[in-house]
Design a binder for this molecule. Structure first.
Ligand code: SAT
Ligand code: MN
Length: 610
């Protein structure tokens, strides 16, 4: 076939070039453009996006080098019900994933892909997840017809020529195919309207055996920026299972004590638990420092010294804007002061952005995320969509740790798990063994408040390891993988495992713990425990801090009585929890590791004796 190349092919990797040309033959774009990841490329694409009406350039004095996009109202978040793990056997997708036979799904999608890029350019994006050349990093190549995706990938991953150098003439990459699924007729243009396909034509498909990602019909976030959840979690979790490492939905932070001692901590939390806020926290206890390595994903491998080392595979933050303010997360606010892509926030009259929970009143009339005039107190609905995002460079974050690009990664001392648990679960407790810690990860969840979820309020929605929508294989096998990772290791070098809960409430609904910067007080105890210090007592649920073990200096709002409640062991609550865990575990059938049944039985019998 004759494909039109807009620029020269920058690689001799024949397999890659052939793959690109095969897809071009199917999608029939106007031309093929190989991305080099340069600033000039970013600027040129931004100009094209502004000229097409899809992007608004923000006031350069207020938000230098920043753009605002408004998506289609049907394309505002990941679409979990259109996301598939198409493994050859259904059992390998497991009870928590949508499954379609891969042959059938490929047939359906190939029909959709025919001519889907007509009137558009096919961009080829070679990218590295992780510092280029790190032995923990992986290379992907995304094909897309969205310039919005290209500039977001520039920020969120490492794009360009260096990646192709590492790939060489026959290196391996994860093949990522994406289209917005909206071909243009001759002479037609988007006319400033976000292109996408209707929901029933959207597919976010993963083929774990062949490590391919096929995405159709959405231009938003994790549906379209395929390096993020699709590659770095769903496909990488399969690779990690096969190769003996960990690909996790975890933040990574660096904690420095007043004496200058350093520990790195990784943590998994379901959505809406303040993961980005924790990753960028400003401690309220004097002398302590938190710096960020990553806010969303961690890839971890054992080093030669037997320690587990983590990298952040990403290069930016794709953060939720609403609720982000100078009081909830000043470091995220500073990260998005320049060089930022905003999606679905509101626009102010002077060309800046605004969202609900930004910490100040809307300044005058706004243009809301749907493109309509909006006035606070007068207009209906929110000005920014609840899942509005900022795409910001990690390098622009004031608290980014100097090690964040170290190809060797950082040694992990502790894992944190947590969820929104108004009752039962104490402020913090520590596992007594690795398997007990895996048990803690497997029961992560948040209490349901929204009636919309069809669940009784007070029910715990389990999200094991915060990986429910992101595990690319059978979650029972995933639990076993965690058990195996621990049993293979030098036990003295394994990270310690903790369960935290910032969300305890009193019986009359008042928060017991201030959270945010004061979470550093809990991090301090965790730091001490990793050093074999930190006062604790062993209880049926694990080690808990003694009443005086959490540093409360300067924290008047938490009384002795509050602290007692935060660190109390609720035997009856935990007995109810056992019943709920049994229900949760039943889903995994024979795939549930014996080790976890033993942990559950052990907990039950300790509670019965208490
Ligand atoms: O849209 S993303 O997958 O990038 C973020 C999220 O929904 O967790
Ligand atoms: Mn996430």
């Amino acid at each position: 076939m004759s494909v039109k190349y807009i620029n020269a092919i920058p690689t001799k990797n024949a397999k890659l070039v052939q793959w690109v040309e095969e897809w071009a033959a199917i999608c029939q774009p106007e031309g093929i453009y190989w991305c080099d990841g340069s600033k000039a490329e970013y600027d040129k694409m931004s100009d094209v996006l502004v000229a097409s009406g899809l992007a608004t350039r923000l006031n350069d004095k207020k938000r230098p080098n920043s753009l605002l996009f408004r998506s289609d109202a049907s394309d505002v978040a990941r679409v979990e019900n259109r996301t598939y793990i198409a493994s050859e056997k259904q059992e390998d997708a497991g009870p928590t994933n949508n499954w379609i036979d891969p042959k059938e799904l490929k047939k359906t999608m190939l029909d959709l892909y025919q001519g889907c890029m007509k009137g558009r350019t096919m961009y080829v994006i070679p990218f590295s997840m992780g510092p280029v050349g790190s032995n923990i990093a992986k290379i992907g190549v995304e094909l897309t017809d969205s310039a919005y995706v290209v500039i977001n990938m520039h920020t969120m991953t490492r794009v360009g020529s260096k990646v192709l150098e590492v790939l060489g003439d026959n290196g391996e990459y994860v093949a990522c195919m994406h289209t917005v699924g909206k071909p243009l007729a001759a002479g037609e243009s988007d006319n400033g309207v976000w292109p996408c396909a209707p929901i029933e034509k959207k597919y976010i498909a993963h083929f774990p055996e062949t490590k391919e990602i096929w995405s159709f019909g959405s231009g938003y976030g994790g549906n379209a920026l395929l390096g993020k959840k699709c590659l770095a979690l769903r496909i990488a979790s399969v690779q990690a299972h096969e190769e003996g490492w960990l690909a996790e939905h975890m933040l990574i932070l660096k904690l420095t004590s007043p004496e200058g001692k350093v520990k790195f901590v990784a943590g998994a939390f379901p959505s809406a638990c303040g993961k980005t806020n924790l990753a960028m926290l400003i401690p309220t206890i004097p002398g302590w420092k938190v710096e960020t390595i990553g806010d969303d994903i961690a890839w971890m491998k054992y080093g030669k010294d037997g320690q587990l080392y983590a990298i952040n595979p990403e290069a930016g933050f794709f953060g939720v804007a609403p609720g982000t303010s100078m009081s909830s997360n000043p470091n995220a606010m500073h990260s998005s002061e320049k060089d930022t892509i905003f999606t679905n926030v509101a626009l102010t009259e002077d060309g800046d952005v605004w969202w609900e929970g930004i910490g100040y009143k809307a300044p005058g009339k706004l243009i809301d995320w749907k493109g309509n005039v909006w006035e606070e107190g007068k207009s209906e609905g929110a000005a920014a969509h609840a899942n509005a995002r900022f795409t910001a460079k990690a390098g622009n974050c004031p608290c980014i740790a100097p090690e964040w690009q170290d190809p060797a990664g950082v040694p992990i001392s502790a894992f944190l798990f947590g969820g929104r648990r108004p009752s039962t679960v104490p402020l913090v407790h520590q596992s007594t063994s690795w398997n007990h810690g895996v048990f803690m990860g497997s029961i992560v969840g948040s209490e349901v408040t929204a009636a919309a979820l069809d669940l009784k309020a007070g029910t715990v929605r389990r999200d094991p390891f915060a990986m429910l929508p992101f595990c690319g294989y059978n979650m029972g096998d995933y639990f076993q993988h965690w058990i195996n990772v621990g049993s293979k290791a030098d036990q003295s070098k394994l990270p310690k495992i903790f369960f935290v809960n910032w969300f305890r409430k009193t019986a009359d609904g008042k928060w017991l713990w201030p959270g945010f910067g004061d979470n550093s007080r809990v991090l301090k105890w965790i730091f001490e425990r990793c050093d074999g210090a930190g006062k604790a007592i062993e209880t049926p649920i694990g080690f808990m801090p003694t009443a005086d073990a959490i540093d409360r200096s300067g924290l008047e709002s938490v009384t002795d009585a509050d602290m007692k409640e935060l660190l109390s062991l609720d035997i009856e609550g935990w007995k109810n929890e056992i019943a709920s865990i049994k229900e949760h575990y039943a889903k995994f059938g024979t795939k549930l590791p014996k080790a976890l049944t033993e942990e559950l039985n052990g907990l039950e019998s300790r509670l019965n004796k208490a």
